[in-house]
Design a binder for this molecule. Structure first.
Ligand code: SAM
Length: 276
């Protein structure tokens, strides 16, 4: 019988966030697949564990994935860990989970640290509906197209960004969504210098032009204000009736169609069209 793949989240900055279940899962797994074995070795040492480890990172998903799958199919269990946070969330893991699903191998995701959820919860932005955007494309054209596609997005948007690219990214976000759009910059979550700066994109761009960003950031941006649909007036209806009549429709048909299209009272529109 095949083994199980466990997705084990690891702290995003505070070792106190290691849960007994995470530690237990790593202790019981037959082997660990790690994004960076040197980083994970430190965690294993902290937990007093000695385990067999193999590499599974974004540049070896094919060969690394094959090696993990073979061992799972042979009945071993695997704990997949990344450098920090939840595997498969802007981190290696999604292909492996899909391959396991295809082969009928059980996958168990252990709940735990994730910068996205931690930032969203602390942001003060609406959390009932949100979209996770991860890292923006680096290619200029794709980045602009991606931001254009988000201009009307009404849900809260969550982005990851590296500190050395933060400045440029905030300027691109400001250009796409406007100076006044609220943003929460969630920095160094669960670490000593944890901070949530709630401001606007214009202010944030000005601030980081003069102050070097330090540490890790999640950007949580308020969605666009919903566009209110204007209710049509009888005058709009009359204009539509005239246009339909110019196209050859009878007064009766034109009124009927205009009233239906614009959700107006047929009788009132008819009276207006007759000048009553
Ligand atoms: N899988 C991880 C997770 O579950 O959060 C995310 C990995 S992604 C490669 C790394 C990005 O996550 C960083 O560039 C930053 O945007 C965000 N991040 C990770 N740790 C963070 C922290 N302590 N504070 C703020 N952002 C963090």
């Amino acid at each position: 019988m095949a083994g199980t793949l466990y997705l084990v989240p690891t702290p995003i900055g505070n070792l106190g966030d290691i849960s007994p279940r995470m530690a237990d899962t790593m202790a019981r797994a037959d082997f660990i697949a790690a994004e960076d074995t040197r980083v994970s070795l430190k965690l294993l040492n902290h937990l007093g564990l000695k385990k067999s480890m193999i590499s599974y990172h974004r540049h070896n998903t094919e060969a690394g994935g094959r090696a993990v799958l073979e061992r799972l199919l042979a009945g071993e269990s695997c704990a997949l860990v990344t450098d920090a946070g939840t595997p498969a969330i802007s981190d290696p893991g999604q292909e492996l989970v899909a391959q396991c699903a295809q082969q009928g191998i059980d996958v168990v995701a252990i709940p735990g640290p994730c910068a996205l959820v931690t930032a969203l919860a602390a942001s003060g932005q609406p959390t009932d509906r949100f979209t996770f955007e991860g890292f923006l494309p680096m290619n200029k054209k794709n980045r602009r197209a991606h931001l254009d596609s988000l201009k009307g997005e009404e849900r809260t948007m969550v982005f990851y960004e590296a500190p050395h690219k933060l400045n440029a990214t905030i300027c691109d976000l400001r250009d796409a969504f406007g100076e006044e759009r609220p943003i929460s910059l969630c920095r160094e979550l669960s670490k000593l210098h944890e901070e949530v700066r709630r401001t606007t994109l214009g202010e944030a761009a000005r601030w980081y032009e003069e102050n070097q960003p330090k540490g890790e950031f999640v950007l949580v941006i308020r969605g666009a204000e919903p566009v209110e649909e204007q209710e049509a007036t009888l005058e709009d209806g009359l204009a539509r009736v005239e246009a339909l009549r110019a196209g050859g429709a009878s007064l009766k048909d034109a009124v009927k169609q205009a009233a239906r299209e614009l959700d107006l009272s047929k009788n009132e529109l008819y009276d207006l069209a007759l000048g009553r």
